[in-house]
Design a protein around this ligand. Structure first.
Ligand code: PRP
Ligand code: URA
Length: 208
């Protein structure tokens, strides 16, 4: 099992503080989600393979780079939708799939309600975008779906994780690395991350 990759940077800490602050308004919260997503995806792409690309500058011809195999991006609705645009901006050539999973707040089990994914994910890196890794149930379920389509190079791209979720994912999918902006202390009795930031879906899009 790979250690979770936790971003360490003052700009990450400042935006995470914006997310945590209960007085942050929705638009500012969504902006911080986008900015942090760009940073986490940047880190998750650090080892991406490139192939050489000849490019003509106004001065000379030189060798640049292009991504050899851009990841398929899979935001987990609803909260992951706020990460989609920023991740896509980092990797404009990426294909995007979608999964809808709502956690049952009584049982804390994932309740799937939609999926729109490429038929085969074999040989393609896949980044699952979900800001919150709490119990890990939603992420583990999503990765099960991807594995059923042949995905074998999945990365979990989060903004905030609980140790319990990291541990559960390591048990269920030991080959899936977690990239996150922070790992908090624990879950509370309602399955919320402490100190956390509250409900990431509600804070972006409003309470249902
Ligand atoms: C949140 C979050 C994750 C899930 C994490 O979504 O975006 O998908 O909870 O919890 P877990 O690790 O315990 O499964 P939620 O179910 O609240 O739905 P939403 O995105 O529609 O708000
Ligand atoms: N989902 C959220 O949005 N926040 C939490 O703290 C846990 C699950």
């Amino acid at each position: 099992m790979a250690e979770p990759q936790v971003l360490r940077h003052p700009l990450v800490d400042v935006r995470m503080t914006t997310l945590r602050d209960e007085t942050t308004d929705r638009a500012t919260f969504r902006a911080a989600v986008r900015e942090l997503t760009a940073m986490v995806v940047y880190e998750a792409m650090r080892d991406a393979a490139t192939t050489p690309l000849e490019v003509r500058t106004p001065v000379a011809t030189t060798t640049g780079a292009q991504l050899a195999n851009p990841p398929v991006l899979v935001p987990v609705l609803r909260a992951g939708l706020g990460m989609a645009e920023a991740a896509h901006a980092q990797v404009p050539g990426a294909v995007m799939g979608f999964v809808g999973v709502a956690r049952d707040e009584e049982t804390l089990r994932p309740t799937p309600y939609m999926e729109s994914l490429p038929a085969s994910l074999a040989g393609r890196p896949v980044f699952v975008l979900d800001p919150m890794l709490a119990t890990g149930g939603s992420m583990a379920y999503t990765i099960d779906l991807l594995a059923a389509r042949g995905a074998d190079a999945v990365r979990a791209i989060c903004l905030l994780a609980a140790p319990e979720g990291v541990e559960r994912l390591a048990q269920a999918h030991p080959s899936v690395p977690v990239y996150t902006a922070a790992i908090d202390e624990r879950l509370n009795e309602h399955g919320y991350i402490v100190p956390g930031l509250g409900d990431a879906g509600d804070r972006q899009f409003g309470a249902m």
